[in-house]
Design a binder for this molecule. Structure first.
Ligand code: C2E
Ligand code: CA
Length: 454
């Protein structure tokens, strides 16, 4: 809605010789509040700040929370640049007044980046990016607020993560944005039944970028939807190629919170699945607990429609959110994925092993399949099998692989029937392969992130 309002405010404003303002604000040290006082109090703080911001704005002006601790304010029309300063001061002042949450009086501080349109950008993307750059500078200079200034700010771009936003669209056109695939193994049979698609960006100068470096940027600009559609299309194209090659796997794609409040998603998906002539069950969607909880009524509407279509749904990073068990039961999902923070150390840390065990039991009691991610060694692999976990995924089995390497891997572990005689290597079982080829040595292992692709 905020993007729509901004788009509307930007339309024709230059022709009318007027200007508008976008302010991006980020709370300093908000993470500490969440970590020490809990998410509930973090939420309360955000709500209080939201209403305070509203109280200093006029009816025609809007405030939105973009995500995390980031707010945006839109002043659709101002007479001149100077008139923005009193508004910014008012905003900073209401922020400074202590907010009582969890029995404590908290004093917040924020950094505000200000961009004017059409001066600093003529598209939603470019003006948001300018405000983002200015906010980054305000944070760095501890100045409270900064107006975007191309001369002072642009040369800092290359160092920052911010310039990436404008490059992201190009990345899709130039196919720099790709999916790597990490297999999920059935612990019972040792076979790969599915893969998880993980986004990678082969940036021409920066090398291989991980999703954590660019997905948050896509979420903040209006690129998330085109990016998600692009990635879903690539994943389904790959799934179709594998299936016509005899590799019967499903492909799981991760969704962001914003995807799950977009009511167009089910139709988009139906169109894509049909255009690749795939059964809907060959697509799986991974959605984190906190994503579902953020706007749970709307998420429920979308999830139910996806479920009816036959798409498989998994709760990702299970154990890190704070959804109630009663709520979990009502979700139309078929599996939960135990977060890797519990699985990584389960072999050494008995309390994590207990959490893993309880989660497996809980999942099974609710009629769900349970997946463990972050399986890095044989001990946790064996332990998970012993605990009755259904699927495992992790570096021990395979790192995320490029499509070519994933194809080789899957040919070996899905039992695909090939025209030519299978080689000795292809006849090995997964267990034998794991013993013979420990993680470090396997030729199928992809270069770790950060290294230039071969
Ligand atoms: P996630 O869904 O929790 O994905 C698992 C992450 O753990 C992946 O990182 C994967 O490479 C890593 N991983 C897998 N096995 C192991 C292991 O044994 N040990 C350790 N230490 N790590 C392991 P990656 O690929 O960097 O992805 C990070 C996050 O980015 C994902 O977390 C997912 O939430 C998000 N993401 C990835 N692709 C997409 C996408 O296409 N769209 C959206 N919206 N989010 C995506
Ligand atoms: Ca995932």
């Amino acid at each position: 809605m905020f993007q729509n309002l901004l788009e509307r405010a930007m339309t024709g404003i230059g022709r009318r010789n007027k200007m508008g303002v976008i302010m991006l604000m980020d709370l300093d040290r908000f993470k500490d509040v969440n970590d020490t006082l809990g998410h509930h109090n973090g939420d309360l703080l955000l709500q209080r700040i939201g209403s305070r911001l509203q109280s200093v704005l006029r009816d025609t002006e809007s405030v939105a929370r973009l995500g995390g601790d980031e707010f945006a304010i839109l002043l659709p029309e101002v007479p001149d640049r100077q008139s923005v300063v009193p508004v910014v001061r008012r905003v900073l002042k209401v922020l400074e007044e202590p907010v009582v949450v969890g029995g404590l009086a908290l004093q917040c501080e924020g950094s505000i980046g200000i961009a004017l349109f059409p001066d600093h950008g003529t598209t939603v993307e470019s003006v948001m990016r300018a405000a983002d750059v200015a906010m980054y500078m305000a944070k760095e200079n501890r100045s409270g607020y900064e107006f975007y200034d191309a001369r002072r700010h642009e040369h800092r771009h290359d160092a920052g993560r911010l310039a990436l936003i404008s490059e992201l669209r190009r990345a899709m056109d130039e196919t720099e944005l790709v999916l790597y695939y990490q297999p999920k193994i059935c612990l019972n049979t040792g076979r790969a039944l599915g893969v998880e698609a993980l986004a990678r960006w082969h940036h021409p100068e920066r090398g291989l970028l991980s999703p954590d470096e660019f997905i948050p940027l896509a979420e903040r600009s209006n690129l998330l939807r085109p990016m998600t559609l692009y990635l879903l299309d690539s994943a389904l194209r790959q799934c179709n190629a594998w299936r016509s090659h005899g590799i019967e796997v499903s492909v799981a794609v991760n969704l962001s919170m914003q995807n799950l409040i977009d009511l167009r998603l089910p139709n988009d998906l139906a169109r894509l699945v049909t255009s690749w002539r795939l059964p809907p069950g060959s697509l799986e969607l991974e959605i984190t607990e906190s994503t579902i909880m953020a706007d749970h009524r709307r998420a429920m509407t979308i999830l139910s429609r996806l479920n009816k279509m036959g798409v498989t749904l998994t709760v990702d990073d299970f154990g890190t959110g704070y959804s109630s068990l009663a709520y979990l039961q009502s979700l139309p999902v078929s599996s939960i994925k135990i977060d890797k923070s519990f699985v990584l150390t389960m072999a050494e840390d008995p309390s994590n092993a207990t959490i893993v065990q309880s989660t497996i039991d809980l999942g099974h009691n609710l009629g769900l399949k349970v997946v463990a991610e972050g399986v890095e060694n044989v001990d946790s692999y064996n332990k998970l099998a012993e605990l009755g976990c259904d699927y495992a995924q992790g570096f021990f089995l395979s790192r995320p692989l490029s499509p070519e390497k994933a194809t080789l891997w899957l040919e070996e572990f899905t039992g695909v029937v090939r025209e030519e005689e299978p080689s000795a290597a292809e006849e090995r079982t997964l267990g034998e392969w794991m013993i013979e080829a420990p993680l470090e040595d396997t030729p199928l292992d992809e270069a770790p992130l950060g290294e230039a692709p071969a």
